[in-house]
Design a protein around this ligand. Sequence first.
Ligand SMILES: *Cc1c(COP(=O)(O)O)cnc(C)c1O
Length: 368
Amino acid sequence: MKIPLAKPFIGEEEIKAVTDTLKSDYLSLGPKLKEFEEDFIKNVRAKYAVAVNSGTSGLHLCIRALGIREGDEIITTPFSFIASANCILYEKAKPVFVDIDEKTFNINPKLIEEKITAKTKAILLVHVFGQPCDMDKIIEIAKKHNLMVIEDACEALGAEYKGKKVGTFGDCAVFAFYPNKQITTGEGGMIVTNNDKTAELCKSMCNQGRASNMQWLTHERLGYNYRMDEMSAALGVEQLKRIDFFLKKRREIANLYMEKLKNVPGIILPEIRDYNNHSWFVFAVRVKEGIDRAEIIKKLAKEGIASKAYFYPCIHLQPFYKNEFGYKEGNFPVAEKVSKSALILPFYVQLNEEIINKVVSSLKRALS
Ligand SMILES: *Cc1c(COP(=O)(O)O)cnc(C)c1O
């Protein structure tokens, strides 16, 4: 039996909803899109939601909607999925990386202020692996320096910081629905904001720059085709109905891993801040110094168990960033240290204790 890293949970309800949509008159710009956006607004408790065809396109539209342009500097993290920095480059602005906190893997607020210049326009933070960033400190810094805040919440649907849902702290936020995320639409994303103008701009730009009251071939501004289709939206509606079950199940699985890996030498377990309601995206342990992570991954693979180095390499050490901007090893030592040691294990709601035991015993064998 092969044990994959991630796997979506698709029930009969999802299959029926997508099939019904295929039999309907609307495959795009229909009722399911609206329904998904409205359900999403209720779930995250925000004013507006705009569905798009990926998390990456959502981030791009946020950058544009906030008026970020060539030469602007955006503070962000080097320990993330590449899209959170690329979206800044799409508009020829400059990602200014700030090192992370070794325990939470999130941007370290203590290091932000020294990177702020006259050109800094915003902080684009990432709630890495579903753990909310230190929002009190980040919002305080943003207010003090008059900076906008964009939340990349693509890995953090359902997470709360001190009782408030992530995605509602900044000027806008983005969630994503690739099949390994907490809920999936195949490909898809959602922009969330409380700002009327930002919502209107994102809605228009994702639909070729049309304004809501305009004819089909009238375009008010530069736009894109970043629309979510009806099949994806129908899938999203059904998945969102299961979100509480998904989050609970993921928490149970994470707790089982925590319990069973507690005293395993060579492993550092994830640390969750007690004021955070963590939304488990992946289960990431770290291997201690001196342990060959690549060897462990190979050994697990031989036993049919998928695992992966995550996020490796860091964004600034990706070939494109090294070539384009001259970043080097040592620029962000904490992010690099975490990136060299983090290992994700199989994590999805269909996991049971028997499979977890198999993963844990294989990992123990690989470490010994
Ligand atoms: C998944 C993810 C995205 C968006 O990914 P898409 O594949 O474009 O939906 C963006 N940022 C982070 C941190 C992610 O994990």
